[in-house]
Design a protein around this ligand. Structure first.
Ligand SMILES: C[S@@+](CC[C@H](N)C(=O)[O-])C[C@H]1O[C@@H](n2cnc3c(N)ncnc32)[C@H](O)[C@@H]1O
Length: 209
């Protein structure tokens, strides 16, 4: 991509693709990568975990999703879906919990699109739409990992979590397993701080906590 080319974000609310997925057919823990881009982070995890985990990869930009499908085509423990992760998370994951008895181990949201304008906040991956949708079926044990170089996005997201009763948030300094994508490397080289947190969502949360 040329340096000057403007990179447009895809408005997730305009992508109404809906998927269903019957699960992986086994109860291996599942790792989810939302907004995987070139899939470097997931690839790094696959190198660490081998076949012990299944991977569900979501990417809204179709050309990237097609590239990811090709990249991981040989792997039976990896599935790639192109579309809005928020709209599809429940239909893709809940059968794996109910039918396969699998644990959704970790959901990674690494460097999500920031959508700065107030009126666009509803397009963010961690938004009220997501929280309303997942809280009643996602497992409490599932770890949600969130990393960004955007301070305001991080603060807004943390506030939204707190407004929804999610107060046990852990902060950490280094990318999990030391896996740095090119996106993160570019931000670090540019001198930007990276903000990182992990939390749990589940029906144990109460709004007045
Ligand atoms: C800034 S990139 C970060 C890529 C990668 N996670 C990393 O850390 O290198 C954000 C990615 O999220 C994707 N994305 C944005 N909104 C999404 C959504 N609602 N569902 C799935 N993917 C989304 C974008 O297309 C883009 O590839």
């Amino acid at each position: 991509m040329s340096k000057n080319r403007v990179r447009h974000h895809v408005n997730p609310l305009s992508d109404q693709s809906e998927y269903s997925f019957g699960g992986f057919g086994n109860d291996k823990p599942i790792i989810v990568d939302i907004g995987a881009d070139r899939g470097e982070f997931s690839q790094g995890l696959m190198e660490i975990f081998g076949d012990s985990h299944n991977f569900l990869i979501l990417e809204i930009r179709r050309p990237l999703a097609l590239r990811l499908e090709k990249k991981f085509a040989e792997k039976s423990n990896v599935r790639v879906f192109s579309g809005d992760a928020v709209r599809n998370l429940r239909s893709l994951l809940s059968p794996a919990i109910s039918d396969d008895g699998a644990l959704i181990d970790t959901i990674y949201i690494n460097f999500p699109d920031p959508w700065f304008k107030d009126r666009h906040h509803k397009r963010r991956v961690v938004c009220q739409r997501l929280l309303d949708d997942v809280t009643h079926w996602i497992q409490k044990q599932t770890i949600w990992v969130y990393q960004t170089d955007q301070k305001q996005l991080f603060e807004d997201t943390r506030n939204l979590l707190k407004e929804n009763g999610i107060s046990e948030i852990e902060y950490f300094d280094k990318s999990p397993y030391d896996l740095q994508t090119k996106w993160e490397q570019a931000k670090v080289c540019a001198g930007q701080e990276i903000y990182r947190m992990q939390f749990h969502l589940g029906d144990n949360q109460s709004k007045d906590q």
